[in-house]
Design a protein around this ligand. Structure first.
Ligand code: FES
Length: 95
């Protein structure tokens, strides 16, 4: 199991290893911005990874492209393109 924790006042969420990060958060009732519903187009689902970057799947071509196009920081990941393999701490500007 992977634990997703937050720096804001929200309870941690658990998800199976291998789960998609966006789906895990949405299934737990945590709002995550999206206008492409996980198709890897909008980049609105970007999250700041505060801890546990090593517990996320490697960046694939589509995510690298989106991150460059949107001038995203290395510490940010496109949630819909990421799979969990361990505990992380995340944040979003709108939480
Ligand atoms: S939901 Fe659109 S890129 Fe992730």
């Amino acid at each position: 199991m992977a634990k997703i924790s937050f720096i804001k006042k929200m309870d941690p969420v658990t998800a199976e290893n291998g789960s998609n990060l966006l789906t895990a958060l949405l299934n737990a009732g945590i709002p995550v911005a999206s206008s492409c519903y996980g198709d890897g187009v909008c980049a609105k689902c970007r999250l700041e990874i505060l801890q546990g970057m090593e517990n996320l799947s490697e960046e694939k071509e589509i995510e690298t492209f989106l991150k460059q196009k949107n001038k995203m920081e290395k510490s940010q990941r496109i949630a819909c393109q990421v799979k969990l393999s361990g505990d992380i701490v995340v944040d979003a500007t709108y939480w």
